[in-house]
Design a protein around this ligand. Structure first.
Ligand code: SAM
Length: 275
């Protein structure tokens, strides 16, 4: 009994092991306030860096993402974080090595090395962006940052946290199977942008287009019919408000401290819920 309590305490301090565009770390507390206080299994099909998942620390979870390199990295950390860390320790932080590592196709690498390369590139590339070209080749320039690639204690806790978590790869529509009444789903898709899709290929080799936003809204209606509770983040745009006008739309203040005195002062985003 005592041991379980100890592990649960450990979980709550876990931080994302990567920096991820659109990461929700700064908003985690505000968003979680709107979540149901009680549910059976937690589903998060656009997991990215997992800031909400790690903050919430649910007892049972299913997480997924379309980005297979990212999903492989979660799996490798879950299975044996020490092997990932040992490889990371051998990767030098300089432009020449960076370019060589960047040029290595992830699918040609064994599991743990693939995960280590993913974390390495995320920590050493310019601004920690993930961006690939049409061939799926990572193409962000070198960032020349002098920082640790990982915190051993955090990686260990991440691995523990993933023990009671099922990890899936693929499109969101395929990865919510099993969700039923009493479960809770948090959805954080690439945001809708005026013009219909995100401005560059971040996250995956595919764009998330207007049609994908429509597919997602249809899936949310379907979940609602099945009695599954969900919350979805998206941009504060008329298109999104129209798509979800049968549900509860909350405006969330998403300004960052850094923008307090700038023209970004009034940045709002939406959290839409069916409960
Ligand atoms: C806004 S990010 C999620 C950020 C995450 N909440 C965090 O805190 O880091 C959106 C995620 O959706 C993933 N994605 C893009 N298209 C997808 C699709 N069709 N199905 C599932 N995931 C997808 C991307 O790879 C990316 O990780």
């Amino acid at each position: 009994m005592e041991q379980v309590t100890l592990l649960e305490n450990e979980y709550s301090t876990v931080k994302p092991f990567i920096k991820w565009a659109g990461g929700k770390q700064a908003l985690a507390e505000k968003l979680i306030q709107h979540f149901p206080s009680d549910f059976h299994t937690y589903y998060e099909p656009f997991i990215g860096g997992g800031s909400i998942f790690f903050s919430l620390s649910p007892k049972r979870a299913v997480i997924a993402d379309y980005n297979s390199w990212l999903v492989d990295t979660y799996n490798a950390i879950k299975k044996d974080w020490i092997k990932v860390a040992e490889i990371l320790d051998t990767l030098p932080n300089n432009k020449e090595d960076y370019l060589e590592i960047r040029a290595t196709l992830p699918e040609t690498l064994p599991t743990y090395k693939r995960a280590a390369h993913f974390i390495y590139l995320n920590k050493t590339c310019f601004r920690g962006l993930f961006r690939v070209n049409r061939k799926g080749m990572f193409n962000v320039p070198y960032g020349a940052y002098d920082r640790r690639y990982y915190d051993p204690e955090n990686l260990r806790q991440t691995s523990l946290r993933l023990r009671n978590t099922e990890i899936r790869q693929g499109d969101f529509e395929l990865n919510l199977y099993g969700a039923k009444k009493g479960d809770f789903v948090y959805l954080d898709p690439p945001y809708y942008k005026l013009g219909g899709h995100s401005d560059f290929n971040r996250y995956t080799d595919q764009q998330f287009r207007e049609n994908d936003q429509i597919r997602l809204a249809a899936l949310c209606s379907e979940l609602d019919t099945q009695g599954v509770k969900w919350a979805l983040s998206n941009s504060n745009t008329d298109f999104i408000k129209r798509l979800y006008n049968f549900f509860n739309i909350h405006e969330i203040d998403a300004r960052r401290e850094i923008n307090l005195n700038s023209s970004n002062r009034n940045i709002k985003e939406l959290l839409i819920t069916n409960y």
